[in-house]
Ligand binder design. Structure first.
Ligand code: GLC
Length: 745
């Protein structure tokens, strides 16, 4: 009896018609812990299925597991907005009619806000657009340091200081990932130029790496919880970064405990064996044209390093199953964090809220560099405003490389000023010069007509004549997204304003005593005419709302509060890169790749200029306001601390002017006596405070032991040497009125 009953029960159970519900596999159950889902899925996969996860299957997607219902990963540019859909295997846009996005300000513009809350708003908003467009991995933000102002991609990054970039990247990453979209922080690492970016070895010592070039990535991973990192095209100490063992296995995954995916830059994976063993998880964009290995138009995906060659290595034992499982786990983890995430996310796209966010961020990052009274604009009733310069008209969201976008609409300065002064003043425009007349990129077209028949002489004559008839004249020029300006794939040749703009500004200044100059760029330009004009504004590629943001600031609707995220030098030659071997690199006997030596070490940006005592045009951290602020009563919680203890610096900020505004309190440290050469100041704290007229606030900034330390490469650790330090507090790297002594015992 018993036997038959048991067998009967067994049959019933096997038929699944009673007993516990046939619970779905763990990997499909979003309520199960992430790692349980990963292990369950992994256990069900064949080797071939695992390998399919590790490389592209199209220009911007990498494999999933169709048999198990695990979706592929969709990657998308870029740091400033969601790239238009592309064809399966092309760079050009596919021509969809539902993918016109919100173009957000460039990341230098975001960095210039020095406002962590705006960075969170930025990340959340762009992440919503990625999610709505069903993208799982956002290929941004970029946080490469501004080692040289010539870098063509400066506009995509967050300045010349590791602390500023470290603090600004974290909220961006968190904001993006709050939508179930992975931020893919790039380009890891020491990819600080575009010249020969795929064949130059950045030769950098460990101290410089740990103090300058790694911190923003480390913060993104450890504080931001980044789910993805993009390996860069270049080499570090002669190993390609997309499979650099020291960088990816020892530092990123070892020391930092990174549990996400390393994605190669498109075409950055260069070697079968290293791709298998050195920490690369997904290979994208490899050029596999079998004949020529050059920029082919298509990709033959099975020929990828992590495709058939990898399978061969796995089968013959040259590649380890453990490494494959580690890659597969990381990709599965990313899929379960994004498209198969426990909480549903729907995102939103090109919404009024997103455009408003872009406008707010753009305006709050515009930097007022000089103002002898011409701003905010005062225009007599029925008066005439003249805008001179191509950048008052030219749309900037199209072009510049992989960050190029197709936006729903773009506000240009000319339109925004006409809107702002409608019924009050006439707004005219003179081109002044011809810069970049292209109006398309990857089949995205702006619709503008930038053709010009007048000669340069005529253009200048027309501008001068118009200036004589105007009540207010604003020059709006700068750079654009064309070759050798702010564009991926090439660097600038110098920091001089192109197209003869300096001469035009001088000529205008000769007839317009209160000339206002707006420089729209993503990187610093020399300003030899600074003493001859009344006001100077550093504006940016502000995205869809660029024009409105600029008009908001110049009219006073928004009180400027941006601070420079990089130094504006007097001349390029004042900078730290003096030799070919420092930049752009040299060819050396017996070495396959170009060699570039970071001989300047930690002394880049203001670290260089302030330590050398070299005067600059406008310093890092500098920016004016339409109101005035007063700092007082700065003090430390202690004047001496035991090593390892924190100390708090505090200062009172008062708005002593007549309009609301914001100031950025900055804290720099100086080690008065150290066994190594250290910069005379290093940013280690900042806080932006918004104050009504007459209002005060007490700002407190914590100085941690690591803020006072330097990286000892021999000991491979951070070292805090006892002794005297100066805690410097002020409102720019050159305006530090408070020098508070601190002794570390
Ligand atoms: C580009 C860029 C990278 C971009 C990728 C995909 O070459 O270096 O930033 O995300 O390829 O377009």
């Amino acid at each position: 009896m018993r036997t038959s009953a048991i067998s009967c029960l067994f049959l019933l159970l096997a038929a699944g018609c009673c007993g516990p519900k046939n619970s779905e596999p763990a990997y499909l159950d979003p309520s199960r812990p992430l790692e349980e889902r990963v292990e369950d899925a992994l256990a069900r996969m064949t080797m071939e299925e695992k390998v399919a996860l590790t490389h592209a299957q199209s220009k911007f997607s990498s494999g999933g597991v169709p048999r198990l219902g695990i979706p592929e990963l969709w990657h998308t540019d870029g740091p400033h907005g969601i790239r238009p859909e592309v064809l399966w295997d092309e760079w050009e846009q596919a021509g969809w009619t539902n993918d016109s996005c919100t173009a957000y300000p460039c990341l230098e513009n975001l960095a210039a806000t020095w406002d962590r809350d705006l960075s969170l708003l930025y990340g959340k908003s762009i992440g919503e657009e990625a999610r709505y467009r069903k993208k799982n991995v956002l290929l941004g933000p970029g946080v490469n340091m501004g080692r040289t102002p010539l870098n063509g991609r400066t506009f995509e990054y967050m300045g010349e200081d590791p602390y500023l970039a470290s603090k600004m990247v974290v909220p961006y990453v968190k904001g993006v990932q709050s939508n179930g979209v992975a931020a893919c922080v790039k380009h890891f690492a020491v990819n600080n130029q575009e010249v020969r970016r795929t064949k130059t070895s950045s030769n950098v010592d460990d101290r410089t790496m740990y103090e300058i070039y790694l911190p923003a990535f480390k913060a993104a991973v450890q504080e931001g919880g980044a789910w993805a990192i993009m390996g860069s095209y270049n080499l570090w100490n002669n190993q390609f970064n997309c499979h650099n063992e020291r960088l990816l296995k020892d530092i990123l995954k070892g020391e930092w405990g990174f549990d996400g995916i390393v994605v190669s830059d498109w075409g950055g994976c260069r070697d079968d064996d290293e791709a298998a063993a050195n920490g690369l998880d997904i290979e994208m964009g490899t050029w596999v044209d079998p004949e020529t290995e050059v920029d082919g138009a298509s990709n033959l995906y099975n020929l990828y390093h992590l495709a058939n060659p990898y399978l061969e290595r796995l089968r013959d034992g040259r590649a380890s199953q453990e490494e494959l499982d580690d890659k597969a786990r990381r990709v599965l983890r990313t899929i379960f964090r994004t498209s198969m995430s426990a909480e549903p996310h729907y995102g939103s796209f090109a919404s009024p809220e997103h455009f408003a966010a872009g406008r707010k961020i753009a305006a709050n990052g515009i930097v007022l560099l000089k103002n002898d009274g011409a701003l905010p604009l005062q225009v007599p009733e029925g008066g005439r405003i003249l805008l001179v310069g191509e950048n008052a008209y030219k749309m900037m969201t199209v072009g510049g490389g992989s960050s190029s976008l197709k936006t729903k609409h773009e506000s240009i300065p000319l339109d925004a000023f006409r809107e702002a002064f409608e019924g009050k003043a006439e707004v005219c425009w003179e081109r002044g010069y011809v810069g970049d007349t292209t109006t398309d990129y990857n089949r995205v077209v702006t619709g503008q007509d930038l053709s010009e028949s007048r000669s340069q002489e005529q253009l200048l004559a027309d501008a001068i004549a118009a200036a004589r008839q105007a009540d207010r004249v604003i020059f709006i020029g700068g750079l654009n997204k064309s070759k050798n300006q702010d564009k991926e794939g090439c660097d600038r040749l110098d920091i001089t304003l192109p197209y003869g703009q300096n001469e035009i500004i001088e000529a205008l200044a000769a007839v317009v005593p209160d000339l206002i100059v707006v420089n729209i760029s993503g990187s610093p330009v020399a300003m030899p005419w600074a003493s001859k004009v009344n006001a100077i504004v550093q504006s940016w590629y502000g995205g869809s709302e660029s024009g409105h943001a600029l008009a908001d600031v110049l009219t006073g609707a928004v009180n400027p509060s941006g601070k420079l995220p990089f130094t504006v030098p007097m001349a390029l030659s004042d900078g730290p890169l003096k030799t070919e071997r420092q930049y752009p690199g040299i060819k050396e006997e017996g070495k396959t790749w170009w060699q570039e030596y970071y001989d300047e070490g930690v002394f880049i940006g203001y670290r260089w200029y302030s330590t050398q005592g070299i005067p600059v045009q406008y310093p890092f951290g500098f920016g004016l306001s339409y109101t005035t602020f007063e700092l007082s009563d700065a003090k430390l919680s202690a004047t001496a601390v035991k090593s390892g203890k924190e100390v708090t610096a505090s200062v009172t900020v008062k708005n002593t002017g007549s309009v609301a505004g914001a100031e950025v309190v900055q804290l720099y440290v100086h080690d008065a006596e150290s066994s190594v050469e250290r910069p005379v100041r290093e940013l280690k704290g900042f806080q932006k405070v918004y104050l009504e007229p007459g209002e005060s606030a007490r700002v407190s900034l914590t100085v941690k032991p690591e803020d006072l330390s330097f990286f000892d490469a021999d000991a491979h650790s951070w070292v805090l040497e006892p002794g005297d330090f100066d805690i410097l507090i002020g409102t720019s790297s050159e305006a530090l009125p408070f020098d508070l002594p601190l002794t570390v015992r």
